[in-house]
Design a protein around this ligand. Structure first.
Ligand SMILES: [Ca+2]
Ligand SMILES: [Ca+2]
Ligand SMILES: [Ca+2]
Length: 393
């Protein structure tokens, strides 16, 4: 069983590695010793000499063969790898984070470090009985943040990378496009464990936990950090927002689409009510309770930070629900007047939102928690945003 399950950005990570490799090659003629070592090189140079190692933060080592990617127990160690997607501890180096660096380079205090590229300087030697770097003398950002995503052309075959779960999670979808890709993904993601509507409360407290405050959740549409305990139906409480409005198909809150965590988010009660069951589209008047959001009589436009999240949840629902399990076939269309039909729009705008707001660490993390803990299925469009255009074009 893999000891960590990275959310992978393989093509872009490979691109970044390629760029780094080219940069190294370009420095060969001068033969300077200043170029940082790769993690792979550092693993092979466990000789006690000081070196600067460049790698992506892929988690916190807690034992020789264990690296965790959430619920970090402390700020004392990092695992670095040559790609942000690495899951094999054999290709990681374990870095001790000594006291003076913990505030800035500890994962418990700064969980957003995950996926960042760092340069760390110090003697190369075993740590946790594993290739490592201990007693560091310097940490620095290498300038690399998690590689942004881009959309591929609809005619481009999907990449063969396998994000998230087990290495073969998406193997049945490899090389497919269009309807064949949608069918393959439906089969992959439809074996999920289902939870009750009451269980959704506690699940959201985990999936949407504030990375900087374990007592809070981050509310959808507003980004407000609010006490987990303030869930309910009163003014100022948070409740369970169905991003695919449950009236679109009338599936209610029976165990099924109405309890599927992949499109449920904690939201302010008033904001949830104002969104109501509207389709999604650009335009309207500003929403006072949700700065950056707009609405009019027939549609809702979330603020920019949530546009891609909304799109990927809607596309997930369209693939997950194809008329089986006694529930309607949910589909995306290009209108905003769907009423109670099992459709949501507007397709062209949702495609655009997916491209302009790529998955971030929070969205990836909640997909992982849903996969690891609750439903054991994944939103393929968080792992592969380019698959939206491979199916809907
Ligand atoms: Ca409208
Ligand atoms: Ca977002
Ligand atoms: Ca469908």
């Amino acid at each position: 069983m893999p000891v960590s399950r990275a959310v992978r950005w393989k093509p872009l990570a490979l691109l970044a590695v390629t760029v780094a490799a080219v940069a190294l090659v370009l420095q060969v003629p001068s033969a300077t010793a200043t170029a940082p070592s790769t993690v792979s090189q550092a693993i092979g140079q466990q000789n006690g000499a000081s070196a600067t190692v460049r790698g992506y933060v892929v988690g916190q080592p807690t034992a020789t063969n264990t690296v965790v990617r959430s619920n970090y127990p402390g700020d004392t160690a990092l695992a670095l790898a040559d790609t942000a997607t690495e899951t094999s501890t054999a290709r990681m180096i374990y870095v001790q984070v000594t006291a003076s660096f913990r505030a800035a380079y500890g994962l418990k205090t700064t969980p957003s470090l995950l996926g960042r590229q760092l340069d760390v300087t110090g003697p190369l030697g075993a740590y946790f009985a594993h290739p490592g770097l201990t007693s560091p003398t310097a940490f620095a950002a290498a300038g690399g943040s998690p590689p942004p995503t881009t959309s591929t052309s609809p005619t481009t075959a999907p990449p063969t990378s396998t994000p998230g779960g087990p290495d073969d999670y998406y193997s049945a979808a490899t090389g497919k496009t269009g309807a064949a890709l949608k069918t393959a993904l439906h089969q992959i993601i439809s074996t999920n464990t289902k939870i009750t509507y009451d269980q959704v409360w506690d699940a959201l407290k985990a999936t949407d936990q504030d990375p900087n405050n374990a007592n809070n959740v981050i509310l959808f549409y507003t980004g407000v950090s609010q006490a987990k305990s303030s869930n309910g139906g009163g003014v100022g409480d948070w409740n369970r927002e169905h991003v695919w409005a449950k009236s679109h198909g009338g599936f209610g809150t029976a165990t099924g689409p109405g309890t599927d965590l992949q499109h449920l988010r904690p939201a302010n009660v008033a904001v949830n009510g104002e969104r109501g069951d509207k389709d999604f589209d650009d335009g309207g008047s500003p929403v006072a309770d949700a700065p950056g959001s707009f609405t009019d009589a027939d549609s809702w436009e979330p603020s920019d930070a949530y546009k891609g999240d909304v799109a990927r949840m809607i596309f997930y629902m369209a693939v997950r629900y194809e008329g089986g399990d006694g529930f309607p076939d949910l589909e995306v269309d290009d209108t905003v007047s769907n009423g109670s039909a099992p459709f949501i729009g507007r397709l062209s705008v949702l495609r655009q939102w997916n491209a302009q707001d790529p998955p971030d660490a929070f969205e990836q993390h909640r997909n992982q928690v849903i996969y690891d803990v609750y439903q054991h299925n994944r939103n393929p469009f968080i792992d592969h945003p380019e698959w939206v255009n491979a199916i809907w074009n």
